[in-house]
Design a protein. Structure first.
Length: 565
C-alpha cells in the first residue's frame, strides 16, 4: 500500500492551532489521538471522507494514533455487511492498511452500564416510564421550556431496581427509558433530560442476545472516547449543540486531566446536486431509484469507486478545501476537476465509438490492414505507445457526421475532408440511408499522402475525429450518467430533496465499438476514451464501462464566470 504523504495536513487551521497549543502546554501528556466513529447502518459517503481525512491526517501529522470505532449501539439498523463495507471503503480511501484493529462501542457496554448506575446513585439519572411520543412532547421547543416527567423524582433505589429490571428483560420495547437528570428548561434542547438507554429486544451482530438495553449515541460517545484515551474528538458541526452534553457526562463521571477528551467541530462537507443524508440515500436504494449503495450515481465511497474516482483525487480535494468553522456548499464540479486532473496524468488513452456509424473507404486496397502508432498518454513520457489496426472499414461516432451541417459544424459531411486520429485525411463522397432516411453508412475516399496526419500540399482541415476498425473492433457497453438531482440544492423549492431526483440520470449504451487493445485491460482500469471522457472498466460484465467524468472542465468555466461577474 502506498503512503498518504500527498495528503498530509500542511495547511494551518484552527484545529492544528488547538493541537499545537495542547502539545505546548503538555495537555494529554503530549499525546494526540483521534478516531472516526461511524454507525454501521449504511455505507460511507463523501461527507464521511472529509471527517476521515481530517482525523487521520491530524494523527499522522503529530505522530499520534487514529482509530476506526464502530458506533454500534442500535441493533435494529446495524449489520456486518455495513461493518465490513465501512472498513473496506476506509482503507481504500486512505490508500493503506490500518495499523490498528477496528474498535466497537459494543465492547464497552459493561463499563457504560456501570457508569449509568453511578449516575443513578448520584441522583443524576432516572427511569422514565412514559412512551417516546410523550417524552418528545414534554421537551418543549426552542422558545418553550420543557415539562418535568412525573417520574423525575423517583428515588435512587427505585430507579436502580427499575434499571436493573430493564437490563434483565422485564420490560418490552418502549415501555421505559433511562434519562439523565439535568434541566427541562435548559436553553440547549439536548440538555433537557436526554435519553441514555432504550430497550431493544433485538439480536446484536456482536453481542447477540446478551443485552436488551442499548446506549444512545450521546451517552456512549464521550465515554467511549475516554475509555480509548482519545484526546481530540473531532466531528462535524451538526454535533456542535451536543458538546455541552458531551462535557456534562464527563463531569459527572469525574473524568479529568489527561484522561478527558474534548470535542471540536469543523464544517461538514456539502455539495451541489447532492444529498448526504443517510436516510435519503437509504430511501434511494430501497425504492430502487438507484442500483444499490455502489451505484456510480451515489455519493457513497463505493459508488465513487465503481465510477472510477481515484481515492487519491478525493483525498487531494479534501486537503484543498481545508478545515473551516462554518458550513458551506462546494460545487460538485470542483470535486470532478480533481478527479479529471488526476486521471489526465494517470489514465491511458484508448479509442472507442459509443454510437457507431459505419464508414467505408472506397479507394482503400481490398483486404489491406495497417497498424497506426498511438500515444498511450501524452502527459506521461513513460507510458509509451500502442499499435492500433486501421482498415478500409471503420466506425466513427454518429455525432461526427451531419448530412446538412449547421454553421460552425466542421466534422464530416458530404464533400468535406477531415482528419482521422492517427490516420489519414478522408472525404465524404456519398451517404447510404435506411428506409427512414437515416444514414447507415458513409462512403469516403482517403488521401494516401496524409499518412502522417498532414497533407504534403499544406492544406488544412478543421476537425480530427476518432475511429475504430470495424474488422478488429470488440463489442462493449457503456453506462453514461447525468446528475442524480436536477437542482443545485435538492429540495430548496419544495422542501423535499427527493422531488428533484432525475429519473433519467442513467443511459446504457449497447453495441459500443472498442479498439482491440482494450481486451487486455485489467478489471478496474480507468482509461480516457479519446474525445469522450474517462471510463472505468467494471467487473460486472464483459467489457462494461462506467463513465467516470467527462473531458470538459466545468469547474474552470464556473471560476471564469465568477471572475467576470
Amino acid at each position: 500500500m502506498k503512503s498518504q504523504d500527498d495528503t498530509a495536513s500542511k495547511k494551518s487551521n484552527f484545529i492544528n492551532d488547538l493541537i499545537k497549543a495542547d502539545l505546548e502546554s503538555g495537555r494529554f501528556d503530549s499525546r494526540v489521538q483521534t478516531r472516526f466513529p461511524p454507525e454501521p447502518n449504511g455505507y460511507l459517503h463523501v461527507g464521511h471522507a472529509k471527517a476521515i481525512c481530517v482525523n487521520f491526517n491530524i494523527s499522522r501529522e503529530y505522530s499520534g494514533v487514529f482509530n476506526l470505532r464502530y458506533d454500534d449501539t442500535n441493533p435494529v439498523t446495524e449489520n456486518t455487511e455495513f461493518v465490513d463495507g465501512i472498513f473496506e471503503d476506509l482503507e481504500w480511501l486512505l490508500g493503506e492498511t490500518l495499523q490498528r484493529e477496528p474498535l466497537h462501542t459494543s465492547t464497552y457496554f459493561d463499563q457504560l452500564y456501570i457508569w449509568a448506575e453511578k449516575l443513578i446513585q448520584d441522583g443524576k439519572a432516572y427511569v422514565d416510564s412514559q412512551d417516546g411520543d410523550t417524552i418528545s412532547e414534554q421537551r418543549g421547543g426552542f422558545q418553550k421550556p420543557g415539562t418535568n416527567s412525573p417520574y423525575r423524582e423517583r428515588g435512587v433505589e427505585e430507579n436502580l431496581n427499575l434499571f436493573r429490571e430493564m437490563r434483565s428483560g422485564k420490560f418490552s420495547d418502549g415501555e421505559c427509558v433511562l434519562r439523565a437528570k439535568i434541566s427541562m428548561d435548559h436553553d440547549n434542547m439536548n440538555m433537557r433530560d436526554p435519553i441514555m438507554y432504550r430497550i431493544r429486544h433485538e439480536n446484536h451482530y456482536r453481542t447477540g442476545d446478551d443485552w436488551c438495553i442499548y446506549p444512545t449515541y450521546d451517552w456512549a460517545h464521550g465515554q467511549s472516547d475516554a475509555i480509548e484515551k482519545v484526546t481530540h474528538s473531532l466531528c462535524s458541526l451538526e454535533f456542535d449543540s451536543h458538546r455541552e452534553l458531551y462535557d456534562w457526562f464527563l463531569d459527572q463521571l469525574e473524568i479529568t486531566g489527561a484522561d478527558r477528551p474534548y470535542q471540536t467541530e469543523f464544517a461538514r462537507l456539502n455539495f451541489t446536486h447532492t444529498v448526504l443524508s443517510k436516510r435519503l440515500l437509504k430511501h434511494l436504494v430501497e425504492q430502487k431509484v438507484v442500483d444499490g449503495w455502489d451505484d456510480p450515481r451515489m455519493p457513497t465511497l463505493r459508488g465513487f469507486r465503481k465510477r472510477g474516482y481515484p481515492a487519491r483525487a478525493i483525498r487531494s480535494f479534501c486537503e484543498h478545501i481545508g478545515v473551516a468553522r462554518t458550513n458551506g456548499t462546494h460545487e460538485i464540479e470542483l470535486l470532478e476537476s480533481f478527479v479529471r486532473n488526476d486521471l489526465n496524468k494517470a489514465a491511458e488513452r484508448k479509442m472507442a465509438v459509443l454510437k457507431p456509424l459505419l464508414v467505408t473507404i472506397t479507394n482503400w486496397p481490398e483486404g489491406h490492414v495497417e497498424t497506426r502508432t498511438a500515444i498511450n498518454n501524452p502527459e506521461d513520457d513513460t507510458a509509451g505507445t500502442r499499435e492500433v489496426p486501421f482498415s478500409g472499414s471503420l466506425f466513427i461516432e454518429r455525432d461526427d457526421f451531419m448530412e446538412n451541417p449547421e454553421p460552425k459544424y466542421y466534422r464530416l459531411s458530404p464533400g468535406r475532408e477531415v482528419r482521422l486520429r492517427y490516420g489519414y485525411f478522408i472525404t465524404c463522397t456519398d451517404v447510404i440511408k435506411d428506409d427512414q432516411e437515416n444514414p447507415i453508412e458513409i462512403l469516403c475516399t482517403y488521401d494516401p499522402e496524409t499518412s502522417g496526419g498532414k497533407a504534403p500540399d499544406g492544406r488544412k482541415v478543421k476537425a480530427t475525429i476518432h475511429w475504430v476498425s470495424a474488422e478488429h473492433a470488440i463489442d462493449g457497453s457503456v453506462a453514461l450518467y447525468e446528475r442524480l438531482f436536477t437542482s443545485e440544492h435538492p429540495g430548496e423549492e419544495t422542501g423535499e430533496a427527493l422531488d428533484d431526483v432525475n429519473l433519467d440520470s442513467k443511459t446504457l449504451l449497447e453495441g459500443v465499438k472498442l479498439e482491440p487493445s482494450i481486451s487486455d485491460l485489467p478489471l478496474g482500469s480507468v482509461v480516457q476514451f479519446e474525445r469522450l471522457g474517462y471510463f472505468h472498466l467494471d467487473a460486472t460484465g464483459p467489457t462494461f464501462f462506467h463513465r467516470t467524468v467527462g473531458l470538459r472542465d466545468e469547474w474552470a468555466n464556473i471560476v471564469k464566470r465568477r471572475k467576470s461577474s
